[in-house]
Design a protein around this ligand. Structure first.
Ligand code: ZN
Length: 179
């Protein structure tokens, strides 16, 4: 077992505490800190008062494409990119801060889960790192939105500008009006 410096251990414990309080699952804690699984489990129980959820993360890139999820994810990612570029902190520090700011902007109903949960936000950054997701510009508002690769070379319209299911209908109405 590697000997860890006291300062390293303090840093990792503080980071784990912040991650747990933000709603991170065990996979995130194990990947972002160098604390042992045993220590992380104890810390989790002390902070949350219960054991963490077991099992794999059932997340797929398609989740981020539903209209509401896409707006929340895109908002979060734009905050993250801005902080990451301007503050140049470690990615996990930018992620924690961006998530706090996102929750301030989208507090949701009291007692309800946020649309974008912390572990989901963490997964989003990993999907972007692996090129499974990327940002595309909306052809109408020019805002940057999360997208799967299929939209990269096509015209993308965000769900704030046009709900996708009605986009073709709106186009035909406009075409009629100009005739
Ligand atoms: Zn748009």
């Amino acid at each position: 077992m590697n000997e860890q410096s006291i300062l390293d251990e303090v840093y990792n414990t503080q980071l784990a505490m912040e991650l747990i309080s933000s709603g991170a699952r065990m996979q995130v804690l194990e990947s972002e800190t160098s604390l042992s699984r045993r220590k992380l489990l104890r810390l989790y129980k002390e902070i949350k008062g219960c054991s963490p959820a077991k099992g794999m993360l059932p997340f797929s890139p398609d989740w981020f494409m539903s209209w509401e999820q896409n707006i929340h994810s895109s908002l979060f990612y734009n905050i993250y990119l801005y902080l990451h570029k301007t503050e140049k902190k470690r990615p996990i520090a930018s992620l924690l801060k961006a998530y706090r700011l996102y929750r301030e902007q989208c507090p949701g109903e009291p007692g309800e889960k946020p649309v974008l949960e912390f572990t989901r936000a963490w997964t989003l950054l990993r999907f972007i790192d692996c090129n499974m997701l990327e940002q595309v510009s909306c052809s109408v508002c020019a805002g940057n939105f999360i997208s799967t690769r299929q939209y990269v070379n096509t015209t993308f319209t965000c769900s704030l500008c046009h709900p996708p299911s009605r986009a073709s209908k709106k186009k035909s109405i406009r075409a009629d009006a100009t005739q």
